[in-house]
Design a binder for this molecule. Structure first.
Ligand code: GLU
Length: 472
């Protein structure tokens, strides 16, 4: 989707500059924050199943070390290039700052289409990439911690942690070298759905703000809102799921092969099963096919969620977007030109670097779990349940009334790992939304929510640099 003229990194710089004007920081400090500190571009050979040797192009970028470790996913895609990885690493720095996750930004990419390789070839590529990172000291629980991104998931993270651990025998914190791992390899419950759930929590909070909803001409709340989702990968799928479960209507879903529309709402789980069985989302019972996947972006709806790749809404199609709210679940789905066009139309854009921060927030929880070597809830679950039982029985005795079995089950329940992760994520997303909205509200010249989010991120990173004493 990117082309030779478009520079994603330049887009991020443009958004940064637009926001920097609303801050008081020294020009040199702003330049330092914007720059990518370390860029590792590598090439390595991998022998394919048919005996051929292929040279693999890959990257890891550490945008900022104002906090350690650096953090950010690794993507497998044909479109990977240095400019893209630099942009994505920068967004990670700002994202972590906004949600108060104490990491610097990083990102990795391998320029392959994973669909064209066997599982064994992908394993060899991933393991070799990891050992290249180890050789250059570009990975480690206190250095740089990758995670899943576009085209990667739990399986790849398991290969990474296994390769790292075998090269660092005796490192008791080795599991913290990567997040998004399967539970059996040190993963945390709730990581898989984290980005989609964070997208939902963030937009729900925006939808609960009367002044924003009045601005876009909608009633408050997400119930009965019409939603269009672009992308049925991990993020799109889970975003659609949480909106549907909250009573919104997901009227269209788009993928590579096209889009499907149903004014009464689509069940993403059934659509996913249909795609698995037929190889395509098209011809899903009850839905109309849309010829081009990009047609979905232009449908009339309340909330549009691009959850695939960057640069999908640009100067060419932004004028035709009819949504009232756009939630950037993907990284960089809108270009700065699109931002201007949409702002002029009064559309509220909820920006990527905070809206999709649910993934890295729960990665932070996973990393803490790995360093503390204990599952969340293990210490307090039983204690809380015993205490709740005691309280309920006292209330029943004093009041002479019994509570229902259903109520008892809810009240007595002590927190499991997934409960704590979801509530930590909910709190994080609500707090981040309010912080950004306060900045936006308190400065009438700030044109949009993205700029307010950047102002917040710049202030936090600059404060941290200042506190390090780098710029006395
Ligand atoms: N790849 C995800 C992102 O872009 C998650 C990163 C992480 O968990 O470190 O935010």
């Amino acid at each position: 989707m990117s082309n030779s003229v478009y520079s994603f990194f330049h887009s991020v710089e443009q958004s940064f500059d637009k926001a920097a004007k609303f801050t008081k920081w020294d020009k040199g400090l702003l330049e330092q924050i914007k720059a990518c500190n370390s860029v590792y571009s590598m090439r390595f050979p991998v022998k394919m199943d048919d005996g051929r040797i292929e040279v693999i192009e890959a990257y890891r970028v550490q945008h900022s070390q104002h906090k350690s470790p650096c953090k950010g996913g690794i993507r497998f895609s044909d479109e990977v290039n240095q400019d893209e990885v630099m942009a994505l690493a920068s967004l990670m720095t700002y994202k972590c700052a906004i949600v108060n996750v104490p990491f610097g930004g990083g990102k990795g990419g391998i320029k392959i289409n994973p669909k064209k390789y066997s599982a064994y070839e992908l394993e060899k590529i991933t393991r070799r990439y990891t050992s290249e990172l180890v050789k250059k000291n570009f990975i480690g629980p206190g250095i740089d911690v990758p995670a899943p991104d576009y085209g990667t998931g739990e399986r790849e993270m398991a290969w990474i942690v296994d390769t790292y651990s075998s090269l660092k025998p005796g490192d008791i914190d080795a599991a913290g070298c990567v997040t998004g791992k399967p539970i059996s390899q040190g993963g945390v419950r709730g990581r898989k759905e984290a980005t989609g759930l964070g997208v939902f929590f963030g937009i729900r909070e925006v939808c609960n703000m009367p002044e924003i909803m009045a601005k876009v001409g909608l009633t408050t709340g997400v119930e009965n809102k019409t939603v269009v989702v672009q992308g049925l990968g991990n993020v799109g799928y889970h975003s659609a799921k949480f909106f549907r479960e909250a009573g919104a209507k997901v009227v269209a879903i788009a993928e590579f092969e096209g889009a499907v529309y149903n004014k009464d709402g689509i069940n993403e789980e059934e659509l996913f099963a249909h795609r698995k069985a037929t190889g395509s989302i098209l011809n899903f019972p009850g839905c109309t096919n849309l010829a081009k996947n990009t047609d979905a972006l232009e449908l009339a709806c309340d909330i549009l969620i691009p959850a695939a790749l960057e640069n999908v809404i640009n100067h060419e199609n932004a004028g035709r977007v009819q949504a009232k709210i756009i939630g950037e679940a993907a990284n960089g789905p809108l270009t700065p030109e699109a931002d201007e066009i949409l702002a002029a139309k009064g559309i509220v854009v909820v920006p990527d670097m905070y809206l999709n921060a649910g993934g890295v927030t729960v990665s932070y929880f996973e990393w803490l779990k790995n360093l503390s070597h204990v599952r969340y809830g293990r210490m307090e679950k039983r204690f809380t349940e015993n205490m709740n039982t005691h309280i309920v029985s006292q209330i029943e005795e004093v009041s002479g009334k019994k509570i229902s079995d259903a109520e008892r089950k809810i009240i007595l329940h002590g927190p499991e790992e997934v409960d704590l992760v979801h509530s930590g994520l909910e709190e994080t997303m609500i707090a981040a939304t309010r912080e950004i909205m306060d900045i936006w509200k308190n400065n009438a010249d700030i044109p949009d929510m993205r700029t307010a989010a950047y102002v917040n991120a710049i202030n936090k990173v600059a404060t941290s640099y200042n506190e390090l004493g780098i710029f006395p």
